[in-house]
Ligand binder design. Sequence first.
Ligand code: SF4
Ligand code: SF4
Ligand code: SF4
Ligand code: FES
Length: 892
Amino acid sequence: MDLITFTIDGLELKAEKGNTILQAATENGIQIPHLCYHPDLKPVGACRLCLVENEDGKLVTSCETLVEEGMKTSTTSKRVEAAREMVVRLLIANHEWECLTCAKNNQCQLQEVSSFFGIEEDDVADLRRSIIEITPDDSNPFFKRDLRKCILCGICVRTCRDRLGVSAIDFGYRGNETRITTAMDKPIVESSCVSCGECVVACPVGALVPKDNSKPIREVKTTCTYCGVGCGIYLGMRGDEIITARGDPEHLLSQGNLCVKGRYGFNFVNHPDRLTKPLIKRNGEFIEIEWDEALELAAQKLLQCKGDSFTAISSARCTNEDNYLMQKFTRLAMGTNNIDNSARSCHAPSVAALAESLGSGAMSNSILEISNSRCLFLIGTNPTQSYPVLSMRIMDALRNGAKLIIADPRNIDIANHADLVIRHNPGTDVALIMGIMRVIVDEELMDQKFIQERCENFEAFLESLEEFDLEKVEKITGVSPEKIKEVARLYATTDSAAIFYSLGITEHSHGTDNVFALSNLALLTGNIGKPLTGVNPIRGQNNVQGSCDMGCLPDVYPGYQKVENPEVNIKFQKAWNSELSPKTGMKMPEMMEAALAGEVKAMYIMGENPALSEPDCSNVSRALESVDFLIVQDLFLTETALQADLVLPGASFAEKDGTFANADRRVQRVRQAIKPVGHSKPDWQIIMELAKKMGVEGFEYRTAENVAAEIASLAPIYGGMLYHCLEEDSRQWPCYHEKHEGTPILYQEQFATETGKAKFIPLSYKPPAETPDEEYPLVLTTGRRIFHYHTSTMTGATEGLKALYDQDKVEISPRDAEKLNLEDDDMVWVISRRGKIRAPIEVTERSPEGLIFMAFHSSDTKTNLITTPSCDPVTKTPQFKYCAVRIEKCLE
Ligand code: SF4
Ligand code: SF4
Ligand code: SF4
Ligand code: FES
């Protein structure tokens, strides 16, 4: 650390070079009042409260001025005090004075500085102009804006613009009328605000405050239940009710930040519609029964369906411990490997392709590295909507000088901040990436040494590259050769470059090839196995990584140990003291086909809603109907649960202990905050009790921690994932034993393949399985909205989130809307070869001509009624991102 010596108020002090006077003073315990400074934002010197006097008698803002060797500064001179006092007087004179009833009372920084200077309301009477009447904005369901209390520090504007990249608000009007406004001064809820609440947390006064200002009696540190970023949160409780959630400022990745779901989406836990007792269907009606009867009935039925006529779907929302027991139950109690999870519908191509080419199907690097990245290549991912806090880390990287390349058929929000943007035709990723690699090879920008020393199969790959000349690539992708060259050069010549992708890459009929292409690209340039690089699939659901890690897949035991490997099979037979099936089981779409063919006698679904989430979902519903005995374990009576014979009430993340594995292989503790609602039980406990009822040995656990210990003993990559090791900090797998600190970056020394070398994969371009024609001329692509999650089982039970976004809309380009004579909010039929759905339209430049977009959150719209079941041949992952449709205006 480069230290310099300087003097404040006659005291000789040391400070790190590059620090401002304000930072240096604070670090040395000297308080300088300030209002517009925020440690996470670039200082702007707006409030002038932090003035100090330098040796020349000049007043300077300490939040902007750097300390220098030998500098002498006064923070208490008469001039300084007089200037600051005048600033505070003017601020107070223009401020609505109702401190005792203000939600920010006792936490307000203006209140703090006015008491520092001993200024009372009467002292500023002579300065008081009539306060401009601005009606408070109550439109957002979670927070209020009262601009009569605003001190124009600009922290909210900078937070929204620089940290979020959203820019929903800015300074508006002029002179005395200056205020913070939205575009056209509309209510905040009608702006581009994503309701993250970051500005509310950062506002130093009572101008932005939560609507519900209740204070919790106790708090529990845990992990957000919504997406694969895995932000750290503190849940706040009064009794058995969760009333607050706040970001954990110490959390490595989230650093106290949260998105709208993490901060406000917890009301579902105490929602009155929660399932609180087991339900049995009799004569088409659900009847509440006691646990003992429910488990006895389930045990009797399941004992008659052992073997391959049983199938199970595990949950990307449940904990590792829940998932571990679900696969153990399937394999040990039911004697089959017919287990799968919702990764089948999202990242199975990542698991398949990356395991083959690099040796492991997970993110190679860490989310933690993003802020320091030099070059980020994002393809087929919309982090603003799907992984909002990861998107904040990308904004950090851009402020630190990183270059950003975006490739996406849609005009996604983060593209506004990119250095290079590609809007390629949907479904043409292989051609695009091969084109980029063709430039890298032709211009000799590849990393020859890396290829020679650490890779194999390069020649075969080169041969396959030959057919991808840029003219042909342009014809397929619609991207000009110049743009492809620019992207290739930027990616290949920046000293380190990282690839991030998600379902825009995997949910295609050639999703595995798409991932192979990205892995080839990283290998070609040596951008893997070192910091700030890698091939990084961003996982969507909170524990989709963990449910795969736990072996909720038909071909692997926990820790990706192959079921068909005899040594592995013997290892688990010994550990579980039973014979186990050596045969790979069915994938989820195969389970549905088998059910339709009458081959599935019983199915057990935990925490998933395939009747709404899977493509061509009316067919899935028919499949579920065909199962003799369907058990669904969930929090609410979902569309899938409605079809069940027996419904078991599980407990949410707030009601149980466990762990989640986030997108970058980070295993984090989930801690029980309240007791399970009603008679619901933690999922691992239900499975354990069911196995015991069936007389199966090997399910004797007292706590979730006991389950975690068994996972650690059987899955080498989880060897050190014991609760006492995770108490203070998280760890990234592989983590082989207690003393192992985990592995933030994979493949630093060798790849996890059999030979230790990475494998190039030759590729050819294949068009999507279903293409538009005269009858179905448009392409429908699906994805997420920031306010919801999956099929809205949880977010739909959170009033504020429903108020912000309640109905899936059809995003359509202005050109297509004009051709079809449609305007915003017109109701349309979206018709595919599978059926039709009704929804309002939103005309937006986000959609290019020919491509429409819909989310799949709403049970009213049921987007997946029309999506195609065509899937990737390797993984059976459906082509959610490409389905041919037409649009007709609703006339009724
Ligand atoms: S609303 Fe709050 S954060 Fe924004 S400018 Fe006003 S006082 Fe500052
Ligand atoms: S809540 Fe978030 S998105 Fe909305 S104005 Fe504040 S910082 Fe911007
Ligand atoms: S970014 Fe993801 S993990 Fe973080 S608060 Fe939002 S939903 Fe939760
Ligand atoms: S804190 Fe320095 S000018 Fe406001």
